[in-house]
Design a protein around this ligand. Structure first.
Ligand code: PEP
Ligand code: MN
Length: 298
């Protein structure tokens, strides 16, 4: 593989990526991101932030530029949605994530969000990757719908090679033959990636499963197998979601999931990262030397 910067060999240990000055992911920091598929209104996002800040989650998601399969489906609130995210971030002190599909959108997201997302459909949009490499915000790079692990890592290499070292990989399920689950969550890839790269690897079981009743167990399995975080779609009224309603958890289910995740995270030597203003970061009682370090370089 013609990669230099993303591989374990390039660096000592695992990268801990700073998202804001009081939140990071990777190494021992486990990041939980929750929020709706799409920003629909300020009211909706306030309900989300109000409940999830106590979960606690580390960051809030909400798509404003939506990559929809049909051009006639809701395309997102665009700039107005970004203004809502910025308001949430200010009012609640929680970092926000937004996806960009073009260089222009990337610049707008860089201005208002704490983390940028490049979605599955753009994993090999090389100009967008290079632009993200010049951005001054961390980037969540989602695995392409049918991208190999090598293609995924090389896409991250594009971002890093332009100077941005803050890349977070996100496994979100790959295409297969059975439509029962929307995609197939590839936890084998998570384990393989942790062997290959020092970058944090998070998992989105929502787009993988496509069904809300499958999401929590897959999220817990992801943490159990060594993921550095999870990204979950949830909504104040899941069945009213304008997009991806079938996979959305309720806010109560999301809070319950964070509680179930805690002991599993701790068993894997992780702490659930949350902005320190909420005084919610828990420290584990084990000494750092006994923290599970199960991965060996491939
Ligand atoms: C999303 O996270 O909103 C999204 C569109 O996901 P993906 O790119 O994985 O399909
Ligand atoms: Mn979605």
């Amino acid at each position: 593989m013609d990669a230099r910067l993303v591989l374990r060999e390039a660096k000592k240990g695992f990268s801990r990526i700073e998202i804001t000055n009081n939140l990071s992911v990777g190494d021992r920091q486990l990041l939980i991101i929750g929020g709706p598929c799409a920003v629909e209104s300020a009211e909706q996002m306030k309900q989300v932030a109000h409940t999830l800040k106590h979960a606690p989650v580390g960051a809030i998601r909400g798509g404003v530029f939506k990559p929809r399969t049909s051009p006639y489906s809701f395309q997102g609130m665009k700039e107005e949605g970004l203004r809502i995210l910025a308001e949430i971030r200010r009012e609640f002190g929680i970092p926000v994530v937004a996806e960009a599909m073009s260089e222009r959108q990337l610049a707008a997201c860089e201005e208002h969000a704490d983390m940028l997302q490049i979605g599955s459909r753009n994993m090999q949009n090389f100009e967008l990757l290079k632009a993200a490499g010049r951005a001054r915000k961390p980037v969540i790079l989602k695995r392409g719908l049918s991208a190999t692990i090598e293609e995924f890592l090389l896409a991250a290499e594009y971002i890093m090679s332009e100077g941005n070292e803050r890349v977070i990989l996100c496994e979100r399920g790959i295409r297969s033959f059975d439509p029962f689950t929307r995609n197939v969550l590839d936890l084998g890839a998570v384990v393989a990636l942790k062997n290959l790269t020092h970058l944090p690897v998070i998992v989105d079981p929502s787009h993988a499963a496509g069904k809300s009743e499958l999401v929590a167990d897959l999220a817990l399995a992801a943490i159990a197998c060594g993921a550095d975080g999870i990204m979950i779609e949830c909504h104040p009224q899941p069945n009213k979601s304008v997009s991806d309603a079938r996979q959305a958890l309720s806010l109560e289910e999301m809070c319950a999931l964070v509680n179930k995740a805690r002991p599993i995270a701790e068993a894997r030597g992780r702490v659930i990262a949350a902005p320190k203003t909420h005084a919610t970061e828990r420290t584990i009682s084990r000494s750092p030397t006994s923290v599970a370090e199960p991965f060996t370089a491939a």
